[in-house]
Design a protein around this ligand. Structure first.
Ligand code: FHN
Length: 606
């Protein structure tokens, strides 16, 4: 081969760029996961927007309703098998003179949301920005660059911007994932990779380059990559691109990679409308719809109530999670009135109670132990105080709110909505704080009480909290150590959630007894087979024993041949708790040979 100086020069320049790391990328490596996600875990509440060509269809195609029980309006092209050219005609329904992305930002801000994630490209493959990777997007069909306008408006109003990008499913690209195509035409790995390299990567590059700070790239593959056609290398290529171009941008687990942290993605996305049920130390989020469909659907009237939406937000924050609530604007950009009402009400509540949401996390106590609601927690740097916020969904009629699980006494307690922070009386003993509350709830939706502490509150997490109107419900679900395994029978609308016990079993609980004295125990169970099974309830050296009596069936609905196991409750006897303190309660169940006990609860009276 003859020497070619020009070629060698170009080769060495290329090599330089390949081998010498980009300074921006070096910078990337320095942003730790914890730093990247700090704003996200502070924000807690965001808006999701599903808007695209499908918004013009409104869940109907040529007079026919969406073909699927799961009538997500954004799936109409796929469900109703709409040809591309016909689908594209929906762009004629868009009223661009009315469409105003800034109005969405203002709505989100007034609702107390701190970020917006919009469907830059949903499964239909149609772009909401001015893509140069093909011409399948609004700007090539009489529309504007909605992403540019939204990015400008977010910046102006101080909200962060996230972009939803459907990387796996793409019904437009001949080699994008289409469930139908894959099953009927055997899409090959090479073909899929062609789609990946010629559409996904260049489009993501556009989004990460031309629209300023992108705070989240929200991917939407609801299976792990190993269960799909997508390869780990392809996903890592995306992650690398994001870290290179926008080191601070967050990526969710629906990319298809499930490790959260420095070497992985940034937060977990739970299933659609799936709420948190356990405290997780890493950041996570629920994407929730305000009704049923994500995109605008004319026939979707399943609006969630304000109380439900607020409970969902609070529940997630109490478990260290985020809540991203979706709206589906119409083809003129208008947001349905039902959505506006709910967002305004959430905003009004947050304007008063935001301190109990933003910057808060939860406490690692049993999440649903307190019948009245949930609690969130933060260290308030400005005041040098630790604060626990009790979110009371169910205001106590007996004038006392019990909170169990913190060893330390609070400095003071007051309703968050009270500008004067009028202190409420309380008694604190052991892990129990009992608060005297006013007759009427300060807020008709959710009232918040603030408990202030000088030191970081020490938790006692194993103690069962007091139930409504006093007493303790000792259930298989709150026994410690936790009962694992396959003995569980879920609540099925008729029979309660219960534990199936066919061989000797011991369950243990701890309760805090604040007023010494004798207390009665009741037992709820079903014993469908025979009556040789026995039980014992113990605390210290005191013992109560008895037989399970054979139970029968109950008719669930009159005039129907529908029976269920009967659960009965029976008095077990009394145990004397001589002093105030924490006691262990033990239940031993000894089923007779071949018998089965369905254990529901043990009730310890106040
Ligand atoms: O198929 C999509 C659906 O249309 C919607 O975008 C939701 C939002 O989380 N994600 C997918 C289903 O999980």
């Amino acid at each position: 081969m003859k020497p070619n100086f020009l070629r060698d020069f170009f080769l060495s320049v290329m090599l330089f760029f390949i081998v010498v790391p980009d300074p921006a990328f070096c910078q990337t490596q320095k942003i730790k996961h914890a730093e990247r996600v700090a704003w996200f875990t502070d924000a807690r509440f965001g808006m999701f927007i599903h808007w695209g060509l499908y918004s013009g269809a409104e869940g109907l195609w040529k007079g026919e309703k969406h073909r699927h029980f799961n009538n997500y309006a954004e799936w109409i092209q796929y469900r109703n098998r709409i040809p591309r050219e016909e689908y594209l005609k929906l762009q004629n329904r868009f009223q661009w003179e009315e469409i105003d992305p800034e109005a969405w930002v203002i709505l989100a801000k007034k609702a107390g949301m701190k970020y917006i994630t919009i469907t830059a490209k949903h499964h239909d493959g149609f772009a909401l920005w001015d893509t140069r990777v093909g011409d399948y997007g609004f700007t090539h069909h009489g529309g504007r660059d909605v992403i540019a306008e939204l990015a400008g408006a977010c910046k102006k109003h101080g909200l962060r911007l996230g972009l939803y990008y459907s990387h796996w499913v793409d019904w437009d690209h001949p080699y994008g994932w289409d469930h139908n195509q894959e099953l009927l035409k055997n899409l090959t790995d090479d073909q899929f990779n062609t789609y990946w390299q010629e559409k996904v990567i260049p489009q993501l590059r556009e989004l990460l380059t031309h629209y300023g700070d992108i705070s989240i790239l929200w991917f939407d593959m609801w299976l792990h990559h190993s269960e799909t056609i997508v390869k780990r290398d392809q996903l890592e290529q995306v992650l690398h691109l994001v870290r290179e171009l926008q080191p601070a941008c967050l990526v969710n687990t629906r990319l298809g990679l499930h490790e959260v942290g420095d070497d992985g993605v940034d937060f977990e996305t739970l299933g659609d409308n799936e709420l948190g049920s356990v405290y997780k130390k890493f950041p996570w989020q629920t994407p929730g719809t305000i009704a049923h469909s994500w995109g605008y659907h004319a026939y979707d009237h399943r609006w969630k109530s304000q109380a439900q939406l607020l409970h969902e937000l609070i529940n997630n924050v109490s478990l260290n999670g985020n809540y991203m609530l979706n709206i589906g604007p119409r083809a003129d950009g208008a947001v349905p009135h039902e959505s506006i009402l709910r967002l305004q009400n959430l905003g009004n509540w947050l304007a008063i109670n935001g301190d109990a949401i933003y910057g808060c996390t939860g406490l690692e106590l049993a999440p649903d132990g307190h019948y009245w609601g949930r609690f969130t927690y933060k260290f308030d740097k400005s005041q040098g105080l630790y604060k626990i916020f009790l979110h009371v969904f169910n205001w106590p009629l007996d004038g006392t709110l019990s909170f169990t699980g913190v060893k330390d006494a609070p400095l003071r307690i007051y309703p968050l909505s009270d500008k004067h922070r009028g202190a409420l009386s309380f008694v604190h003993k052991g892990p129990l704080t009992e608060i005297e509350v006013p007759r009427l709830a300060p807020d008709p939706l959710v009232s918040v009480l603030v408990l202030e502490y000088k030191q970081e509150p020490q938790l006692i997490d194993a103690v069962v909290p007091k139930a409504s109107f006093g007493g303790f419900s000792l259930k298989p679900g709150n026994a410690r150590p936790k009962i694992m395994g396959d003995q569980w029978q879920k609540y099925d609308g008729t029979a309660p959630a219960h534990l199936l016990i066919s061989k000797d079993q011991t369950l243990k609980w701890q309760v805090y007894i604040d007023k010494p004295g004798k207390r009665k125990f009741d037992l709820s169970y079903s014993s469908p087979k025979a009556d040789r099974s026995r039980f014992a309830v113990k605390s210290g050296d005191q013992l109560l024993q008895g037989n399970f009596v054979r139970t029968g069936k109950v008719v669930v609905e009159p005039n129907q041949n529908f029976y269920a196991d009967q659960f009965v409750e029976t008095e077990v006897g009394e145990i004397n708790f001589a002093e105030e303190g924490i006691y262990e309660i033990i239940l031993d169940v000894k089923p007779g040979k071949g018998e089965l006990i369905k254990f529901n609860w043990l009730w310890l009276q106040e």
